[in-house]
Design a protein around this ligand. Structure first.
Ligand code: AMP
Length: 359
């Protein structure tokens, strides 16, 4: 049985003083946004920080009521840290780096109430399960090929756990695919060629949509969108005339650029978001809670192909600390995703339904 099935968060919550909650997160990724939002909604805040980054978070001491310093991320799920979090009646906010830093098993079984569903972590950790989830939700995904299969147009070859797209490669022929996978095996990036996911490389504009599903208001909100700036893919066009295929394309995220979409694209994007929520409710009850992101390429025929999702807050939301053009449509006040999380916790707290937003 997995960690997520073994823990009893309702029992932990029963020991909490629900009028005196704190919001806690790991010092990285979108922590400043989350802590800022929690403060705006009147919560006490806790940042768990690695010793080497303590000085940096001290620069933002006005956003942090308590700092828990750990030697390494592995200690986050230790008994000591868990106890300190519980003593402060903490709701933990997992962000995009959480599972990567502390490991899937520890993340699933950390006995602190977490905003959102942890059952999605295991699906996110597996490229094939993730694509299967999207397809079953009724979302258009790129074609997948097997090793040795003929294809037209470029493909992108992905490996599990590749941080920020590092190690991915683009191939034009099935022989290039074979060579790249052989190299990945030699480099120890994978231990079995079946771990490589060979996906149609969709030509168009990459666009990432920031959704928020509210169990309290029973509605899906689109809170923003962004384009990632990736090295070296987004730098290549500058020297393209000189390169002619001598440089390998890479996708290491260096930042995010705000995006406002053509309004005529929004209904399809919203439909995908709703499909995702509905399918998650069926497959992973009670279904997605709070932020999630669909990552896509928009083709020139208006088709939107989703190649990835995140079941948590993504770093692209950091652009909109003071709200986005979309968040204003719902809230008409500066509403970041970080603040929206705290608002949802506050709504749940007021209605005595905290157990409906944490797992
Ligand atoms: P991922 O780790 O899946 O988010 O992919 C890293 C980056 O590779 C993305 O941000 C995109 O720029 C690019 N990418 C991934 N999959 C595809 C695809 N099927 N077609 C085109 N670009 C892709």
């Amino acid at each position: 049985m997995r960690g997520a099935d073994l823990i009893d968060i309702k029992r932990v919550l029963a020991g909490y003083d629900l009028d005196d909650l704190s919001i806690a997160t790991l010092g990285s990724h979108s922590a400043l946004q989350i802590l800022h939002g929690a403060k705006k909604e009147g919560f006490r805040t806790i940042a768990i920080v690695e010793k080497r980054r303590k000085w940096f978070y001290e620069e933002f001491a006005h956003l942090i009521d308590q700092m828990i310093v750990v030697d390494s991320w592995r200690d986050v799920a230790s008994k000591d840290v868990v106890l300190r979090l519980r003593e402060s009646n903490a709701i933990f906010i997992p962000h995009g780096s959480f599972v990567e830093y502390i490991g899937l098993d520890r993340a699933e079984s950390m006995e602190v109430p977490m905003f959102g569903i942890r059952s999605i972590f295991r699906i996110e950790a597996d490229q094939r399960m993730k694509m299967d989830f999207l397809a079953k939700a009724g979302i258009n995904i790129p074609r997948e090929y097997r090793i040795g299969e003929e294809f037209r147009g470029p493909v992108i070859v992905k490996f599990p756990g590749a941080k920020g797209g590092r190690g991915y490669f683009i191939a034009r022929t099935k022989d290039e695919v074979r060579r790249g996978i052989k190299k990945a095996l030699e480099d120890g990036l994978i231990s079995d060629e079946e771990e490589a996911l060979i996906q149609e490389y969709v030509i168009g504009v990459p666009a990432y949509y920031h959704f928020f599903y509210s169990p309290m208001l029973k509605r899906l909100e689109i809170l923003g969108a962004d384009i990632r700036y990736e090295s070296n893919a987004d730098g290549l066009h500058r020297i393209l005339p000189f390169v002619r295929g001598e440089i390998d394309v890479s996708f290491v995220v260096v930042g995010n650029v705000p995006l406002v979409l053509r309004e005529s694209l929004l209904p399809k994007i919203m439909r995908y978001g709703l499909n995702f929520v509905r399918y998650s409710q069926e497959r992973l009850p009670p279904g997605v809670i709070g932020p999630f992101c669909l990552e896509s390429v928009i083709r020139d025929d208006g088709e939107i192909v989703v190649f990835e999702f995140s079941g948590r807050i993504v770093a692209g939301t950091n652009i909109y600390l003071t709200g986005s053009p979309y968040s204003h449509l719902y809230w008409d006040e500066p509403m970041s995703v970080g603040r929206r999380i705290a608002r949802e916790i506050k709504l749940a707290q007021e209605e005595g339904k905290l157990d409906e937003v944490v797992t």
